[in-house]
Design a protein around this ligand. Structure first.
Ligand code: PCA
Length: 189
């Protein structure tokens, strides 16, 4: 006969129990999370990236890299050289970017920061996952078997006809690609 203590020690050592023990505090701490695909100044190494990782009030977790399933025109436009993905699927390139899990507070912050819905609109799109961090899977988010994941993306709400004549990029990185006009920081406008 098993004693209660033996039975308990067996349960405690089972992987599902350990997994549950790991994941519960994460869900308690962060609540509901959404996936967001960023392609512009919010990416690593770009000027607004720190907003994704500001852990004081809100939470963002880097999950990996991805590429939009559809082609879109990604232009750098306006007097401040802002990257805008235009909602014209089928034109331009498949766009490279990064996937984040964000809590509701960060999502709300990003909506305000991106001037949503006047400047950018947040819409769900299909993203092909290229690199994936295991940490993201332990948070309960996984690409489907085909490697696709639905993520929010901020696209330009409107655009000027002239923007369609600008170069279309597949990867925003003005620090490395010197043909891409440099972003004017908000503090410098
Ligand atoms: N910020 C958002 C949209 C464009 C931008 O600069 C992003 O990085 O995805």
């Amino acid at each position: 006969m098993f004693s209660l203590r033996t039975a308990l020690s067996v349960i405690i050592r089972t992987p599902s129990y350990c997994w549950q023990k790991k994941i519960d505090p994460i869900i308690k701490r962060f609540g509901k999370m959404s996936t967001v695909f960023v392609y512009g100044t919010l990416k690593k190494g770009q000027p607004n990236h720190h907003h994704m990782m500001d852990e004081t009030k809100r939470k963002g977790v880097y999950c990996g890299t991805g590429r939009t399933n559809q082609k879109y025109p990604l232009v750098i436009a306006g007097k401040y050289n802002i990257p805008f993905l235009l909602n014209l699927p089928g034109t331009g390139h498949e766009i490279d970017g990064e996937i984040y899990l964000v809590d509701d507070q960060l999502l709300q912050f990003l909506d305000e920061f991106e001037g949503c819905p006047e400047v950018y609109q947040r819409r769900p799109v299909e993203v092909h996952v290229l690199e994936w961090e295991e940490k993201a899977s332990t948070l309960g988010v996984k690409p489907d078997v085909g490697g696709m994941l639905t993520c929010f993306l901020y696209n330009a709400t409107t655009y000027e006809q002239d923007w369609l004549k600008l170069p279309y990029y597949n990867n925003y990185d003005p620090f490395r690609n010197h043909d891409q006009p440099k972003y004017v920081l908000r503090e410098a406008r």
